[in-house]
Design a protein around this ligand. Structure first.
Ligand SMILES: Cc1cc2nc3c(=O)[nH]c(=O)nc-3n(C[C@H](O)[C@H](O)[C@H](O)COP(=O)(O)OP(=O)(O)OC[C@H]3O[C@@H](n4cnc5c(N)ncnc54)[C@H](O)[C@@H]3O)c2cc1C
Length: 380
């Protein structure tokens, strides 16, 4: 067991840290306030290989592993959790196509996804199918051999109206997970439309909307994998997605802890820096300890998934649950250390609290993470 990053991993971390510090950090508050989706900066990230981190290199990916992805997302999220999290969803979709798509579909979609000439969305959730995703109802009916015709609606889709490629989990067969397929729908396809941009607590640098399908005709060759594989593909994507969203929580929490460490040493009350009070010191010590523990779990889950360990899904669920709960708690405590100033938009704490809150809800709620963990424990 090696707790040290390799030289290559340190170089990747430093590259991501430098990029995020230069291009995400100075803009994050404005992107949040003005609800700007930063296409130019995302394409710059893609130039550094960050749009297909664990996609194979033959189709434009970086061919790296899950640990490298976790390292990158922590760094990007330390500068802007919302933008980092959108990029993590884009990476998840690109990987699903790379891992399960045939040569034709991989060559058609991945070169433009890895440059972010095309942006991707992941469409699983429906108005009536959230945690119980396998009950989804969006239907895809074959029209001859050439097309699927899609009808239905997807809810809460990140990248909603701004994406170019939608990986849609839809029903081509019977009820339950085995009747689900994964089909790629391209922007501009007749019958594809969007709901209004959702008004959200955080994650404001990426847009979220309903995605609707009304007699939406999609070429049959846009099927990823085989008919009936869709739920398996969606869940496989989420294993890695959960590592990445956990890493985004760690990054946001690290930024909050750094801010709290500086502020506690500068802010004086009762004639001394608030960092001199042991109550503050113990808070900082606990925040640093828990952040470290969460990072170790994320890195362990990344290693487990990379090795295709039989318990990888459980490790990813455990790490996502821990890292997102701890990340939120650290941001909240860092805001508390800033007193009233933490509540103001002049400081980044309130944005970090808002942005990290949703990590406990999406990619499977933290209650569903417990369901996954308990299922594995009771099977053993
Ligand atoms: C900003 C944002 C972006 C999102 N982006 C995407 C996206 O890009 N693509 C996508 O497909 N989805 C996306 N989602 C949807 C997200 O994944 C769902 O909101 C989430 O899976 C929960 O579904 P739900 O909201 O329907 O809640 P519900 O499933 O209705 O759950 C409500 C509550 O009940 C609890 N609960 C449900 N079932 C159980 C159970 N068996 N045991 C214990 N507790 C349970 C839940 O944990 C939760 O607390 C996004 C959501 C948000 C808010």
């Amino acid at each position: 067991m090696d707790f040290q990053l390799s030289e290559e991993q340190v170089a990747i971390r430093d590259m991501a840290r430098g990029f995020a510090g230069d291009h995400f950090a100075p803009n994050a508050a404005r992107w949040d306030a003005e609800e700007i989706f930063p296409v130019a900066e995302l394409r710059m990230a893609a130039e550094l290989g960050l749009a297909g981190i664990y996609v194979s290199d033959g189709v434009g990916g970086s061919g790296l592993g899950r640990l490298e992805a976790a390292i990158v997302f922590e760094e990007l999220a330390a500068a802007c959790p919302s933008t980092a999290a959108y990029l993590s969803i884009h990476n998840m979709v690109a990987w699903m196509i790379d891992r399960f798509g045939n040569a034709e579909i991989r060559e058609r979609f991945l070169p433009k996804l890895t440059t972010m000439e095309a942006m991707a969305s992941y469409c699983l959730t429906e108005p009536g199918a959230g945690s119980d995703a396998a009950s989804l109802k969006t239907k895809a009916v074959k029209d001859g051999n050439s097309h699927y015709v899609l009808n239905g609606a997807k809810a809460f889709i990140s990248g909603g109206p701004t994406s170019d490629v939608y990986a849609v989990m839809c029903r081509t067969g019977d009820e339950g997970p085995r009747g689900v397929s994964c089909v790629l729908v391209e922007a501009g396809t007749p019958g594809l439309s969007f709901g209004a941009k959702e008004r959200k607590l955080g994650w404001n640098s990426q847009h979220t909307a309903m995605v609707n399908f009304e007699d939406c005709r999609v070429p049959a060759e846009n099927l990823v994998g085989a008919e009936g594989d869709g739920f398996k593909i969606a869940m496989a994507g989420l294993d890695g997605g959960r590592i990445n969203i956990g890493a985004c929580s760690i990054g946001g929490a690290r930024a909050a802890l750094d801010a709290a460490l500086s502020y506690a040493q500068e802010r004086k009350q009762f004639g001394q820096p608030i960092a001199s009070f042991q109550a503050t010191q113990f808070k900082l010590a606990d925040m640093a300890t828990e952040l470290d523990a969460a990072r170790l779990m994320i890195h362990r889950a990344a290693d487990s998934l990379e090795r295709r360990d039989a318990q990888a899904t459980m490790h990813c669920a455990m790490a996502k649950r821990m890292a997102t709960d701890i990340g939120s708690a650290i941001c909240d405590e860092a805001l508390q250390i800033h007193g009233g100033y933490g509540y103001l938009k002049d400081f980044p704490l309130e944005r970090l609290v808002r942005d990290l809150r949703v990590h406990r809800i999406l990619e499977g709620t933290n209650e569903i993470m417990r369901v996954i963990i308990a299922r594995q424990l009771l099977r053993e």
